[in-house]
Unconditional design. Structure first.
Length: 217
């Protein structure tokens, strides 16, 4: 069902891209016509055409979400399935999950299931926190360096967070009816794998948590 939803979504985004391309082409032609009216000094036609131009708007309401179409860059099936699942979970809560990835990423770490569990917990926490914020955007960015180190960063707004050291304390939570074991479990799983590292940063009221995967082969 999720694969079918994704295919329908990608078809819709492709249609939006085509509409945007047509709009840009028509917009350029209209600007040329507007320039002609200006050169001739015809103010009445200029004003009428200008108002017509302003009213032309492309259908771009969902263009911010189009980065999910890059999911094919992610070459691990369990991770791809996780991102798709969290993408649709975010949409149900009116949260925009942005996937930032511009190159093929394949994780060779044999403990891929622990990595999936870690990312699942990080994304769940980011979505739950973002649901309480005015800014409804969570970013999941994948990057691979020249020395084959993979970095996965989850970023979300966190306006009420002042001490990131508390995040990984056993039992710490900011959510009602939660026991606060998720991030503590993340820390334990990372410590059990010599090729995994975790970095946290609070910058401009945004929490950035980066999972670093090294020495895979």
């Amino acid at each position: 069902m999720q694969n079918q939803q994704l295919q329908e979504y990608l078809q819709n985004t492709e249609q939006q891209y085509q509409e945007l391309r047509h709009f840009k082409h028509d917009y350029q032609n209209m600007l040329l016509a507007l320039e002609g009216f200006a050169n001739k000094g015809n103010q009445q036609q200029f004003k009428a055409y200008y108002h017509q131009l302003v009213q032309q708007r492309p259908q771009t309401e969902n263009l911010e979400e189009l980065t999910i179409s890059h999911i094919d860059y992610l070459k691990n099936e369990p991770l791809r399935g996780l991102i798709i699942q969290k993408f649709f979970a975010a949409k149900q809560d009116n949260i925009q999950l942005q996937l930032e990835i511009d190159q093929n990423i394949k994780i060779h770490n044999p403990d891929i299931l622990s990595i999936v569990r870690i990312l699942g917990i990080l994304l769940d926490n980011a979505l739950e926190q973002t649901a309480q914020e005015n800014e409804k955007v969570v970013t999941c960015a994948f990057n691979q360096t020249a020395d084959q180190i993979i970095e996965i960063t989850i970023a979300n707004p966190a306006t009420n967070l002042t001490n990131i050291d508390q995040l990984f304390a056993n039992g710490y939570t900011t959510k009602q009816d939660h026991h606060g074991f998720g991030l503590n479990n993340v820390q334990k799983m990372v410590k059990q794998n010599k090729n995994l590292f975790l970095e946290t940063e609070l910058l401009k009221q945004h929490l950035n948590i980066t999972l670093i995967i090294t020495g895979e082969e």
